[in-house]
Design a protein around this ligand. Structure first.
Ligand SMILES: Cc1cc2nc3c(=O)[nH]c(=O)nc-3n(C[C@H](O)[C@H](O)[C@H](O)COP(=O)(O)OP(=O)(O)OC[C@H]3O[C@@H](n4cnc5c(N)ncnc54)[C@H](O)[C@@H]3O)c2cc1C
Length: 418
């Protein structure tokens, strides 16, 4: 099957929903596509009914003529202005005049001894599982890594009945104090932080602190924490650990969009270096919900050539971009984290590649060719971001498919044909 639209939006998180809504309201023929079974992206996760802002954006979108396709992922750029998609029932192609990419971010895991034990999971992963109904009643959890997401995860764990023994933030106190002092400009974010603290019942929050290793016989029983000077042990059966977010750049890279310092470069209309390709949300700087919503609207209005509305949103966006920069500075990762893996610590869990197999390699490609790192099911989504931090490599693959796909889809066979 092949379908054609004025605007195709990839990703139905806040950025994509806002972009699709305003461009459809402006009268364009719009299709928004997302690989999840329901709209909402990482933050709303299909639970759009229980969240006021999510509900109102979805209601606005549903009031338009926009087409919403869930359960389909974009895997390739089949030809100019032609995306190839794959879902449970096969592949199809989408033709577009303008493309808005809102593929969001994923969390960064860093390997440390014991990180593959059952009971250890990503902080954002834990959050997603809790929203999907994971039972944690009576479990004793440690939340660790870096970024404001840790507070949200601690609050969710506590709300779902877990005891939160500690929240360990690797950033030093002085940077967080500076970050906190600037939050008066962002009253909503400050209120959110206080709300998370209340929900987590003021779980002990340690700065300058990270996990040195996770231990247990066959499953997680304790973590060894460190502040770089001494180590101590905390008993727990759940560790939620993530080190900030990294943008999902695979599709914009495939399209040829310019990337600098890990972020897609866009102009004031959110247009990337490729004409008629707009990028919004976490792709242009990890800044959270409000930034994604604003950028989505700007791209949507830009696609509809409404320069006045684009201009009207610039001031609000400037403030959100400042917040994104402050986040990046405050939660920058400390170099000591590069020393955590031991020789036999797995870095690539899909292909069982240990740390030692990557040492001495000249870059991501060399490491890939010699060790199969990043060549498994996740295609380097997890280990690639870790390797970038551990070794300073640049992982800038521009190769299809964006996600693993069947040969039939890639060949555009049968049901892909008109
Ligand atoms: C695991 C995780 C949990 C998070 N939890 C919270 C939280 O609890 N609270 C909070 O404030 N913030 C949370 N965040 C941050 C939050 O994601 C962002 O602040 C915000 O949602 C960004 O919106 P976005 O539209 O840019 O991207 P997202 O919300 O990430 O939406 C991107 C969407 O694009 C889809 N997609 C990506 N690639 C393709 C493709 N090729 N084809 C089709 N669809 C595709 C994704 O499945 C996703 O649905 C979380 C982030 C992550 C990674």
């Amino acid at each position: 099957m092949t379908a054609q639209f004025d605007v195709v939006v990839v990703g139905a998180g806040p950025g994509g929903l806002a972009a699709a809504t305003v461009s459809a309201e402006a009268g364009l023929r719009v299709c928004v596509v997302d690989d999840n079974p329901a709209a909402g992206g990482q933050i709303w996760r299909g639970q759009t009914e229980s969240n006021g802002r999510a509900r109102s954006w979805l209601a606005r979108l549903q009031a338009t003529q926009a087409t919403v396709w869930n359960g389909l992922r974009v895997v390739d750029l089949a030809a100019e202005k032609r995306l190839r998609l794959e879902g449970a029932s096969g592949g199809c192609d989408l033709l577009f005049d303008k493309l808005i990419v809102a593929t969001g971010a994923r969390e960064r895991f860093l390997p440390f001894p014991g990180w593959t034990l059952p009971g250890v999971m990503g902080a954002g992963g834990a959050q997603a599982l809790l929203k999907a109904g994971l039972k944690v009643q009576g479990r004793r959890a440690v939340v660790a890594g870096s970024g404001p997401l840790l507070l949200a995860v601690a609050a969710s764990l506590r709300t779902h009945g877990a005891q939160v023994a500690a929240v360990c933030e690797q950033a030093p106190l002085r940077r967080l104090v500076r970050f906190g002092a600037g939050l008066w400009r962002h009253a909503g974010k400050l209120a959110e932080g206080v709300q998370y603290q209340l929900q987590s019942r003021f779980a002990p929050y340690r700065t300058n602190c990270w996990v040195a290793r996770a231990e247990g016989a066959g499953k997680l029983e304790r973590v060894v924490l460190t502040n770089g000077r001494r180590q101590w042990t905390v008993a727990c059966d759940l560790l939620a650990c993530g080190f900030n977010l990294v943008p999902n750049l695979e599709l914009p890279l495939l399209l040829g969009c310019r990337v600098e310092e890990g972020l897609i470069q866009v102009d004031a209309r959110q247009q990337s270096s490729c004409e008629n390709v707009f990028c919004v949300g976490e792709l242009t700087g990890v800044g959270g919900l409000d930034k994604a919503l604003l950028e989505g609207q700007i791209a949507g209005w830009a696609a509809a050539r409404d320069a006045q509305r684009v201009q009207a949103l610039q001031r609000g966006l400037k403030k959100q971009k400042q917040f994104a920069r402050r986040l990046e500075e405050a939660f920058a990762l400390r170099p000591e984290l590069r020393l955590l893996p031991e020789a036999d610590t797995l870095v690539c869990r899909c292909e069982d590649v240990p740390y030692v197999a990557l040492c001495g390699r000249s870059g991501w490609r060399d490491a890939k060719l010699r060790s199969r790192v990043g060549m498994g099911a996740c295609q380097g989504r997890v280990c690639g971001a870790a390797a970038e931090f551990l070794f300073g490599w640049q992982k800038r693959d521009r190769r299809p498919p964006v996600f693993p796909a069947t040969v039939a889809t890639m060949a555009g066979e049968e049901n892909n044909r008109n």
